[in-house]
Every structure is written in structure tokens, then in C-alpha cells.
Design a binder for this molecule. Structure first.
Ligand code: GLU
Length: 318
């Protein structure tokens, strides 16, 4: 595969790496190296209120202490607004993005009127109110049209002449995960028309990640299973923007004592990289690698792990 593989680790600098984020970083590194590919790091610092100054440098140091060094200088999403704007303009031009004036209360009210207040990970399932236009209200955000024109006949069309690529009437979007197997989601029902540019002016994760994976030539997205739910939306955006589709592998999560996914938000402690072999061993075991691969140095540990990973992928032929 060689040069045909480009992978990435894309941390949000909201704090130092924890045990769970090292699993995703390690898996993406191992998969890239086992395929003889490149490995990049992208700092996802667009959600500025959640970013912690200096966390990017801490994350890069923690990765380096574990022997995980990107092949190119890390890219920062905060410096790429022009690209996200160009992508939004492209979606507006094809009528797949539309302005939305709804506040959270408006959305709650509209859903309550239909007797269906539904949310997904704290996000309300948008009922599509502004598909019909702003009706004099000021635009707050931009949303992606997840409807299918075969099902949403005029006036819901508002000039829309096409359905987003990959959307087939009354069908969920199907995709394949290397670990989880076949996946599907009916995006319009499960998520609704999702936000591309937020009411506070910030770019939404879905748009930024797709633009960056596309422009960086990412062929393989390897990341934590908690992000699997975003994949259908990202595939939809890739199709709408004419970007190539990467392959996907979602890795197992590290659970906290309460049985919930370990995250910076639920107070996961920073990864102790003064003992990198121990950190790598723990992360490796979550990925099904044996303990104690090396007692020498991270580089040696990683070399053993890549060989096992390649064998698992049947890339070595033995
Ligand atoms: N920045 C995201 C996070 O830290 C990861 C995005 C991705 O890998 O697609 O959860």
C-alpha cells in the first residue's frame, strides 16, 4: 500500500492525553506503520471555549515520550477557517446547506408540538423548521440538508434540486467499519439537519473534520468508538463536497470506574508518560496486544507491536 496510506490522530486540546486517548493515538500510528504509510497529527482547536492554552504542546510531548512522532508538522484547525468557509460556500451553492434562525428553545418547542422531543448526545434532533426559509428571522447557524428530495417534495425544496450523494430514498446510509463491521444510520431521523457553522460563529466539528481529512489526503480514519456515530454524517459531507471516502476503524474505549467512557470531561487523569512503556503496555492491551512487548524503550516496544499488528492485518504474509 505504501504511499497510499495516510492516517492521523486528531486530538482536541482540551487537556492532556489520558489513557483512552493514547489507545486511539497508538492504534492510528500502528495501523499507519503496518501499512507502510504516513501518520499525521491534527490539533482540533476550533471549539475555542473548550480549548486549554498549552494543551497542544503537552499532548505532543506525551505522544513523543511514547515514541509517537508525526511525519509532518501538526496542523491546527484554528488556522483553516478559509477552507471551512469555502466548503460551506460550495454546499450553499448546491443548496445542501441552508441558514437556520432557530434557538434551542425554538427547536424544543417545535419538537414538543410534534410530540417528539428527541436528542442524540445532548443535541436535539432538528425538525427541519428552517428548510422552509427564515421567515424574516435573522440567520444564526448553517445546517446541512439531510432530507431526500424524493421524500421532501416542494415547498420543502426551496430551490433544492438534488439530494446529497449517498442518500437513497427511505434508506439508511450504510458504511463499513474494520472492527465494528457493517454500520447504518438514517441521518435525517436519527440526527436531523446538522449544524455546519454554529450560532456563535464557530465551525462545527463535522465540517472541519471532513474538510481536513479530505485536504490532508487521509485514507484511513482510526479513532475511538465514541466517534463512530459521527461517521455517517461525515460520509454524507464527503459525498456532498466531492471528497474521497476514507476507510474507518473505531477502537475500543477505556472505561472509567463508573463504567462510562474515560474522557477529559469525566475527569480522566492525565497520562503518566514518565513511564512510557507502562502507558504503551496498557494501551496495547486494550487493542488486544500482549503485555510486556518490550522492557527496553518505546521504539523497541513499537517495533514489536507493529509486527503483530501487520500480522493481524495479514500484511506480512506469515
Ligand atoms: N477531535 C476529536 C476528539 O478529540 C477527534 C476527531 C476525530 O478523530 O475524528 O474527540
Amino acid at each position: 500500500m505504501g504511499a497510499q496510506y495516510t492516517g492521523r490522530f486528531a486530538p482536541s486540546p482540551t487537556g492532556p492525553l489520558h489513557a483512552g486517548s493514547l489507545v486511539a493515538a497508538l492504534a492510528s500510528w500502528l495501523d499507519a506503520r503496518a501499512h507502510g504509510g504516513q501518520w499525521l497529527v491534527r490539533i482540533e482547536d476550533i471549539d475555542t471555549p473548550r480549548c486549554v492554552p498549552g494543551a497542544d504542546a503537552v499532548i505532543l510531548q506525551q505522544l513523543a515520550a511514547c515514541g509517537l512522532v508525526p511525519d509532518q508538522a501538526p496542523l491546527y484547525q484554528s488556522q483553516r477557517s478559509a477552507l471551512y468557509q469555502a466548503a460551506l460556500d460550495q454546499l450553499i451553492a448546491t443548496h445542501l446547506a441552508y441558514p437556520c434562525a432557530c434557538t434551542r428553545q425554538d427547536i424544543e418547542r417545535a419538537l414538543a408540538e410534534r410530540g417528539q422531543v428527541r436528542s442524540r448526545h445532548g443535541e436535539l434532533v432538528y425538525p427541519g423548521t428552517c428548510r422552509l426559509g427564515l421567515r424574516g428571522r435573522p440567520a444564526r447557524a448553517w445546517r446541512f440538508f439531510t432530507g431526500n428530495i424524493e421524500r421532501n417534495r416542494p415547498p420543502a425544496l426551496m430551490g433544492r434540486t438534488q439530494t446529497a450523494p449517498y442518500l437513497i430514498a427511505n434508506q439508511p446510509l450504510h458504511w463499513q467499519d474494520h472492527r465494528l463491521g457493517p454500520q447504518q444510520q438514517n441521518i435525517e431521523e436519527a440526527v436531523g439537519d446538522f449544524v455546519l457553522n454554529r450560532a456563535d460563529g464557530l465551525w462545527a466539528y463535522q465540517l472541519a473534520v471532513v474538510v481536513d481529512d479530505g485536504t490532508q489526503g487521509i485514507t484511513d480514519v482510526v479513532r475511538g468508538e465514541d466517534l463512530a456515530d459521527n461517521t455517517a454524517r461525515q460520509i454524507l459531507l464527503q459525498g456532498a463536497l466531492g471528497l474521497p471516502l476514507p476507510r474507518y476503524l473505531h477502537t475500543p474505549l477505556v472505561l472509567g470506574v463508573n463504567g462510562e467512557k474515560l474522557s477529559k470531561q469525566n475527569g480522566a487523569i492525565a497520562l503518566d508518560t514518565t513511564q512510557p512503556l507502562r502507558a504503551l503496555d496498557e494501551a496495547g492491551q486494550v487493542l488486544g496486544l500482549p503485555a510486556g512487548l518490550s522492557t527496553r524503550a518505546p521504539a523497541d516496544w513499537l517495533q514489536q507491536a507493529v509486527a503483530l499488528w501487520a500480522r493481524r492485518l495479514k500484511l506480512t504474509g506469515d
